[in-house]
Design a protein around this ligand. Structure first.
Ligand SMILES: Nc1ncnc2c1ncn2[C@@H]1O[C@H](COP(=O)(O)OP(=O)(O)OP(=O)(O)O)[C@@H](O)[C@H]1O
Length: 245
């Protein structure tokens, strides 16, 4: 595999805050179109690692590239080729749907024509025609999250980072959200996703589990369950957490 076909390449990536090591020499690679789950307990270092990968936090040591661009020296190029969505910040609540699409489309450097065409396609795909003029804040959380995911894809990024994208969303909407993720991955987009829901870990092609800054396990859900001799990803997670107590 050529380096560029590996969407994300991480080697010994480390982040220290003073004497505290939040991310400790993590290494992994993801392929094109892969759904890569990034799991860990609260404080394990997931957000810190993700911030380095999206080019907004400098590594203390180690290397990482996204879409062939070095996150340390080519951060601006990294940012142009990725999408990002988090549970905490996704859309402006006081703008309506099309205004949000126009705003983010502009940030992503799309032309007016592209924004209009892609925006209308998103609204139609999500069946939001009837509420296109409504403020996003008035929409149910699940709709907001699906819309935010679509907006993060407006500029057709090759890799999309999703930070707990389904937090606070009901199970049926979560399932629909994952159908959207699959459809996008099938187009060749790499999905890097953090979640606290263990059923969602089962939907990933491969899962990495961080414990205290280190990646302690990384494999397909099937192989991880075999390795840890358990029938669920929750079992894998519990066994790993117990190991460090
Ligand atoms: N700017 C900072 N300065 C000092 N310590 C930090 C800073 N950012 C994060 N940390 C610490 O680094 C560790 C990892 O935090 P991080 O937010 O990456 O964890 P996480 O796995 O994303 O957790 P969560 O699931 O709660 O979001 C924590 O102990 C946190 O307190």
């Amino acid at each position: 595999m050529r380096e560029i076909e590996k969407a994300i390449v991480v080697k010994e990536l480390t982040k220290k805050f003073g004497s505290f090591t939040a991310v400790d020499r993590i290494s992994f690679e993801t392929g094109k179109g892969e759904i890569f789950g990034f799991l860990g307990a609260n404080g394990a270092g997931k957000t810190t690692a993700m911030k380095m990968l999206i080019g907004i936090s400098k590594p203390t040591s180690g290397k990482a590239s996204v879409n062939g661009f070095d996150v340390n020296t080519q951060a601006e190029k990294v940012k142009k080729t990725i999408g990002y969505m988090s549970q905490k910040f996704s859309m402006y609540n006081d703008l309506n749907i099309m205004e949000n699409i126009t705003f983010f489309g502009g940030i992503y450097g799309l032309s007016r024509k592209e924004i209009k065409e892609r925006g209308e396609a998103v609204i139609e795909k999500l069946g939001l025609q009837g509420v296109a003029k409504k403020q996003v804040g008035s929409l149910p959380q699940g709709w907001k999250q699906k819309l935010a995911f679509s907006v993060a894809l407006l500029h057709e990024p090759k890799v999309v980072f999703l930070d707990e994208p389904t937090g606070g969303v009901d199970p049926i909407t979560r399932r629909q959200f994952w159908e959207m993720i699959y459809a996008e991955a099938n187009k060749g987009t790499t999905i890097f996703v953090t979640t606290h829901y263990m059923d969602e870990a089962e939907y990933c092609d491969r899962v990495s589990i961080m414990v205290e800054g280190r990646i302690e396990a990384l494999d397909s859900p099937k192989n991880l369950k075999k390795q840890f001799d358990t029938s669920s990803m929750d079992g894998v997670f519990q066994k790993l957490a117990r190991n460090v107590e």
